[in-house]
Design a protein around this ligand. Structure first.
Ligand code: CP3
Length: 356
C-alpha cells in the first residue's frame, strides 16, 4: 500500500524525495508525468555497444566504474526521471552456487538446471556485502554522481522468473519444466521459492541500505500462470519480499499479466507495472485508486515512424487523465534495434503533455 508520507530513505540528498518519479510512485501530484525506460541502458545505445566490444555483460556488472558509467549513459542523452542500476536479475544467483552464463541473443543459460530437492538444498543463502559487493559499490558511486536530482532504482528478479531460468536451464516459452516441478514435486517447488524469496529480500534490502530510492521486482514471466496457480505457488513468496521492503517505494512488474493484476497488487508493490496488452484505464479501474501504475507503450512501436506512436503515447497519457500515480514507461524492455532518437522524442512527448 502506498504511504502518503514522504519518508526520507537513506539520508543522502533528501531533496531527491520530491523528484516527480518518487512522488508518482507514492500517488502524489506531479508537474509532469515522469518517464524512465526499462533497459534504458543497453544495446540500442552506440556508446553501450562500444563498451561491450571490450567487456562482456557480467564483467560490466562486476566492475562498479563500468556499471555506473553504463547506467549514466542514457541520462546524458535524455531527460529521464530516474536512473536504474545496471545489473542483471541473474547476478545474485552465481554466488549462491549457480553455474550460469548470459549468452548473447539467447539470455541466461544454467549448466545444471535445478530439478530436485538436493539441487535446491545446495543453494546457499546470499550475503550481499560479501557476495555482491560490486553491486552495492555501483549504487554508492551512482548516488554520488546523481546528487539530489535523479532517483536511482534498484531491482531484483521475481521469484517465479528466477525459478523459471533455474529449472528450465535456459529461456522458455511454455515453462513446461517449471510447471512440471511445481505440480509433481510441490515440496521442492516451495523450498526453491522460499530460498529465492530470501535471496531477493536480502539483495533488495542491501540495495536500499546502499542508497537506491525505489526498487522494482521484475517477475517478467509470471503471466504464464493461471490466477489460482499464481496464488498458490508464487504470491506468498512475492508478498514476503514486499513486506520486507518498507522504506522505499516498490514497483511490481510482469508481462502478460492482464489477468493477474489484482493478485500481484495483493502480493505487494506501490506501483504495478503494465505491459501493452491492457488499456491503462482498465488496469487502474481493476486496481483501485491506491495503486500507482507504470507503463505501457508497446516497445515495438518505437521501430515505426514517430507519427505512428506519438499518437499512441498521448492516448496512454489521456487514458490516465489527471489521476496521480502514473509513471510512463514501455510495457517491456526497449528493443536493441530502437533508434535512440525515438527515445528523445518519446521523453519530449511525455514531458510536453498538457492534457486533452
Ligand atoms: O533496465 C536497465 O537499463 C538495467 C539493466 C538490466 C539488464 N537486465 C541488463 C541486461 C535489467 C533491469 C535486466 C533485467 C532482466 N534480465 C530481466 C527482467 C526484465 C525483462 O526484460 O523482462 C530478465 C528476464 C533478464 C535476463 C536476461 N539478461 C535476458 C533475457 C537477457 C537478454 C539476452 C539477449 O542477448 O538478448 C539478458 C542480457 C542483458 N541484461 C542485456 C542487458 C543490457 C543484453 C545486452 C548485453 O548482452 O550486453
Amino acid at each position: 500500500m502506498p504511504s502518503l508520507e514522504v519518508t526520507p530513505t537513506t539520508g543522502i540528498a533528501p531533496e531527491v524525495e520530491q523528484a516527480r518519479f518518487l512522488r508518482a510512485c507514492r500517488n502524489l501530484p506531479v508537474d509532469r508525468t515522469p518517464i524512465w525506460i526499462m533497459r534504458q541502458a543497453g544495446r540500442y545505445l552506440p556508446e553501450y555497444r562500444a563498451l561491450r566490444e571490450h567487456y562482456d555483460l557480467l564483467q560490466i556488472c562486476e566492475h562498479p566504474e563500468l556499471a555506473a558509467e553504463v547506467s549514466l549513459q542514457p541520462l546524458r542523452r535524455f531527460d529521464l526521471d530516474a536512473a536504474i542500476l545496471f545489473s542483471d536479475i541473474m547476478i545474485p544467483l552465481r554466488p549462491i552456487g549457480v553455474d550460469l552464463q548470459i549468452v548473447e541473443n539467447v539470455g541466461p543459460v544454467i549448466a545444471r538446471p535445478i530439478r530436485d530437492a538436493a539441487a535446491v538444498a545446495a543453494l546457499r543463502p546470499l550475503e550481499p556485502e560479501a557476495d555482491v559487493p560490486y553491486v552495492l559499490q555501483t549504487i554508492r558511486l551512482m548516488r554520488q554522481e546523481l546528487g539530489s536530482k535523479t532517483p536511482l532504482i534498484g531491482f531484483a528478479g521475481g521469484p517465479f522468473t528466477l525459478a523459471s531460468y533455474l529449472v528450465e536451464g535456459k529461456p522458455s516459452r511454455d515453462f513446461a519444466q517449471t510447471k512440471g516441478l511445481m505440480y509433481t514435486q510441490p515440496e521442492t517447488w516451495h523450498a526453491l521459492m522460499a530460498r529465492l524469496a530470501q535471496v531477493v529480500t536480502r539483495f533488495l534490502q542491501a540495495q536500499v541500505a546502499a542508497g537506491v530510492q525505489a526498487v522494482q521486482l521484475f517477475d517478467s514471466w509470471v503471466g504464464a500462470l493461471s490466477p489460482r496457480d499464481y496464488r498458490e505457488y508464487v504470491q506468498p513468496y512475492s508478498a514476503a519480499i514486499f513486506q520486507a521492503i518498507s522504506t522505499v517505494p516498490t514497483i511490481h512488474f510482469g508481462t502478460d499479466t492482464a489477468t493477474l493484476l489484482q493478485e500481484m497488487y495483493q502480493a505487494g508493490g506501490d506501483v504495478i507495472g503494465l505491459d501493452w496488452r491492457i488499456d491503462l484505464d482498465r488496469a487502474r479501474q481493476q486496481l483501485g485508486p491506491s495503486a500507482a501504475v507504470q507503463g505501457n507503450l508497446d516497445p515495438t512501436l518505437l521501430l515505426a515512424p514517430g507519427e505512428v506512436w506519438v499518437r499512441q503515447a498521448r492516448e496512454i497519457l489521456a487514458l490516465n487523465g489527471d489521476r496521480p500515480g502514473h509513471i510512463f514507461n514501455l510495457g517491456h524492455g526497449i528493443r536493441p534495434d530502437t533508434p535512440p532518437d525515438a527515445v528523445a522524442r518519446l521523453v519530449d512527448t511525455v514531458h510536453g503533455w498538457e492534457g486533452t
